[in-house]
Design a binder for this molecule. Structure first.
Ligand SMILES: [Zn+2]
Length: 67
């Protein structure tokens, strides 16, 4: 499920929140709704946990251009 990272536009507090559908996000510190979404990650912190094993143009992962 999506976890979004927000930063408060009022007090600058940064926080993460699970969001289900359309939902108004409020800063947990100052209750402001002036929060900005920074980026989203799915589940665990994940830039290095990607499924790609080297080849982005085929599904086998073992073509001649993979390595
Ligand atoms: Zn705030």
């Amino acid at each position: 499920m999506p976890v979004y990272e927000y930063i408060c536009g009022k007090c600058g507090h940064e926080f993460e929140k699970l969001v289900f559908g359309e939902q108004t996000i409020h800063c947990p510190e100052c209750e402001s709704a002036e929060v900005k979404k920074k980026f989203s990650v799915f589940g665990m912190s994940g830039t290095e946990h990607q499924t790609s094993s080297g080849c982005s143009s085929c599904s086998s992962g073992s073509c001649s251009s993979c390595k």
